[in-house]
Design a protein around this ligand. Structure first.
Ligand SMILES: [Cu+2]
Length: 774
């Protein structure tokens, strides 16, 4: 099945598409074929003669690389009513887990490596979270309904889709442009949808519309969604421990889990026979997103982005060029569940105090502004030998200012500059060769060079007259006495080989060396004052973090293999993918003992602590298993079983400690049924207890749990309805990567909220959604 068929606007072939979609949704066992690498997919509604992704449904044996998996639009649409968190759509793919953050901004984890360790591209753009808590990661800029396709490279990533990352690559593209057939004149089409989820009263709508001729296509897509705090399952009574008398949250309500978000996208695409130009303009206005595992909340995020892309086919091969520009304005302060601690009747100074001054604080505004520009050119040369050679170059220019205006109390009288004039610029060159060296062997080898320059201006505290609170004057002086510019020259190598043993079995081997330079928030946060340090945290563990100017890039060596075995008649398939990664100079953390940290106990075990980033060696290994089988084909429909299991282990080889945010063992098993336009599933999702946590971070252990989810959908020609119940038995559970609960109470003080409470997951939620095409 090709993209062209999938986005067929006449809605033909919907039944077979639906069947494939169900299979993809549950097991994610499609692979990305070799031709997908030739260029990014030609986001094209009609056949254009350009390279397209070949989607291989389980059972088909097309040459390709098993390391890549893909979610198509049908698979995605069945999830729309269940989630507004675009990253969570990927959770079902083998090797992918989620690190909890805000309700619509989870961070994907691939094989134990998360966040900036993964290359995440949105419509081909390398976006960067501009926030000391990484509250606005790339996928938070899309509504799930705007996603056209997601591709994940979990094992070995070809250098043409990697760079400045040591884990896998996630590429998410928005809905593809559609065109009219030649001679058809002007066409218009679109889709409107709405959903409701009972837990947290979540609701949202989405709309997409296209006006097109056979050469010009103009489109809009947008989504709005909003939710209150959700309720945990079972009995969650933490509010009585952290709520201030008179301000407790209702029992079971998980503080700081509400949000509202609005995302818009306008696209204009032009094509002729061999060339295509596309411009996209995105706009996000997120009025608020609260964070149960961060000490601050997002109180406004606006993002504007524009991208221009050219794709052409020539006698010698294909050419793709892209340029983009993005501007982010991000604001943080306390949302409602945290702010009441600082309110007028709190006994502390609060909102009502005026004017702010040394004894009168009003919240804690934190502002971040970033500008991100980039360009990429890639040529795919079709060699006479039948081989393909890809050559490419990339450039990225990134600027960041992170500053906290004076708000009274200890945050007075000046503006605190967490990162001032931050810069992180990348230049990259790569070459990649792909060849079918024998009838049953395909190999790919690539080399990529990256030049990364980062820098930041001088640190400034709230008060530059000693003795300012929290050692700010001395910390800033020590930071400013050093040169802040750092230059890294990084080399990536990738080799992949696929052996088609026979029609039912194939085996793939891969080796890679990948390098990632430290991010601005790892190198430059300079204050050891716990109040400032706890604001620098993108892992959601409640601790404070201090940057380290001496960090070196992380260098990861990965070996992985994938074995794919399937019945000739499609009755079953099984895929096993073990991997091992050794990371030299992995950026882990050690307890901070200098500056203001010297006043804190260095060896606390049951408390939030302040840490400093440090290079240490790490080892990660694990295995992904996935498979499906047909159980019965009867008059009442087709019954099947689909499952996936992921095991991950991570350890710090220098400190003999566990790595943080590792999901030890996770499994999904679903009984599926389809009949005509119906599809439904009963799914069990189980996670084992986590008991080898990161000691240096005082990471909590979490208990194992199993959840049952139900879902069903029906597809008419123009209408699709989905309903479901997540967490059917209303279990109280905490994901091992959900982070520390700091969703309510006096979070500004490092010990102002109790240590040891993991963020509870959502209790039972009934969801329903409808989509109408026109
Ligand atoms: Cu933020």
């Amino acid at each position: 099945m090709t993209i062209g068929e999938q986005t067929d606007r006449n809605g033909q072939g919907q039944r077979t598409r639906l069947a494939t979609a169900v299979a993809i949704a549950l097991t994610g066992t499609t692979m990305i074929s070799a031709s997908a690498l030739a260029a990014e997919p030609s986001n094209d509604g009609e056949r254009s003669g350009l390279p397209v992704i070949t989607v291989t449904a389980p059972g088909e044996t097309t040459p390709g690389f098993l390391s890549g998996t893909r979610l198509g639009d049908e698979a995605l649409s069945s999830q729309r009513s269940a989630t507004s968190d675009t990253a969570s759509l990927l959770d079902r793919l083998p090797g992918v887990s989620l690190q909890g953050a805000g309700p619509v901004s989870s961070l994907p984890i691939i094989h134990g490596l998360a966040d900036e360790r993964i290359r995440t591209r949105l419509d081909g753009m390398d976006l960067i979270a501009a926030c000391p808590n990484h509250m606005n990661p790339p996928l938070s800029y899309l509504d799930p309904a705007q996603v056209g396709e997601a591709r994940v490279w979990a094992g070995i990533t070809p250098v043409s889709v990697g760079g400045d990352s040591i884990g896998g690559t996630i590429e998410v593209d928005t809905l593809p442009a559609t065109f009219a057939e030649p001679g058809e004149g002007v066409i218009h089409e679109g889709e409107v949808g709405a959903f409701y989820r009972s837990n947290g009263n979540a609701r949202g709508t989405n709309l997409s519309a296209t006006l097109a001729t056979d050469t010009v296509s103009l489109s809009y897509s947008g989504g709005w969604s909003k939710a209150d705090n959700y309720d945990a399952g079972g009995d969650f009574k933490t509010s009585t421990a952290t709520g201030r008398p008179g301000h407790e949250l209702p029992l079971d309500e998980v503080g700081s889990t509400a949000y509202e978000t609005r995302n818009h996208l306008i696209g204009l695409a032009l094509r002729n026979e061999n060339h295509r130009v596309e411009a996209k303009f995105g706009y996000q206005d997120m009025p608020f997103q609260l964070y149960p595992n961060q000490r601050m909340d997002m109180t406004e995020n606006t993002e504007k982005r524009g991208t221009l892309r050219y794709e052409g086919e020539f006698g010698w091969g294909g050419l793709e060029a892209r340029a983009w520009h993005e501007v982010v304005d991000h604001e943080m302060d306390f949302g409602d569940d945290k702010r009441f601690w600082y309110g007028p009747d709190s006994g502390m100074a609060g909102d009502a105090c005026s004017p702010i001054g040394p004894t009168c604080a009003a919240g804690m505004p934190m502002l971040t502004e970033s500008e991100n520009s980039g360009a990429r050119v890639m040529a795919s040369l079709d060699l006479d030998s039948g081989d393909t050679l890809r050559l490419g170059a990339e450039y990225q220019r990134y600027r960041l200012d992170d500053y906290w205006p004076p708000s009274g109390g200890g945050m007075w009288p000046d503006t605190f500059w967490n990162i001032r004039d931050g810069q992180r610029d990348r230049m990259a060159l790569f070459g990649e060769w792909e060849s079918r060296v024998a009838e049953d062997w395909t190999v790919l080898a690539g080399l990529r060079y990256e030049h990364v320059v980062s820098d930041a201006g001088d640190a400034v505290g709230y008060d530059d007259t000693a003795p300012a609170k929290g050692n700010q004057v001395d910390d800033a002086a020590a930071f400013n006495a050093r040169d802040h510019e750092r230059t890294d020259n990084n080399l990536d190598l990738t080799a992949l080989a696929r052996w088609e043993i026979d029609a039912t079995r194939s085996l793939e081997f891969g080796l890679a060396r990948k390098v990632r330079s430290p991010g601005l928030y790892e190198r430059y946060p300079w204050s050891t004052w716990p109040m400032a340090a706890v604001m620098n945290n993108f892992v959601g563990d409640g601790n404070g973090y201090v940057g380290n100017l001496d960090l070196d890039p992380e260098v990861a060596w990965t070996a992985s293999t994938t074995f794919d075995w399937r019945a000739g008649d499609d009755a079953w398939s099984l895929r096993v993918a073990p991997y091992v990664t050794y990371v030299e100079d992995y950026i882990d953390a050690q307890r901070c003992t200098t500056g203001a940290c010297a006043m804190m106990p260095a060896d606390a075990t049951e408390a939030f602590v302040v840490l400093q980033y440090v290079n240490q060696d790490a080892l990660l290994y694990g295995v992904d298993l996935s498979g499906q089988m047909m159980l019965a084909e009867t008059d009442w429909g087709r019954f099947g079983l689909e499952g996936a299991l992921e095991y991950t282990h991570g350890e710090n080889r220098d400190s003999d400690d566990g790595l943080y945010n590792i999901v030890p063992l996770e499994a999904r098993l679903a009984l599926t049924h389809e009949l005509g336009g119906w599809n439904s599933a009963v799914e069990v999702e189980a996670v084992s207890a986590k008991d080898d946590a990161s000691e240096v971070r005082n990471e909590f252990e979490t208990a194992g749990f199993a959840l049952v989810n139900l879902r069903a959908g029906y597809q008419w020609e123009r209408v699709r309805v989905d309903v479901g119940i997540d967490n059917l038995f209303d279990r109280l559970y905490a994901a091992p990567t959900g982070g520390a609960y700091v969703g309510q109470g006096k979070t500004m003080s490092i010990s102002g909220v109790p240590w040891g409470v993991p963020v509870p997951g959502s209790g039972r939620s009934i969801h329903a959604g409808v989509t109408v095409s026109f």
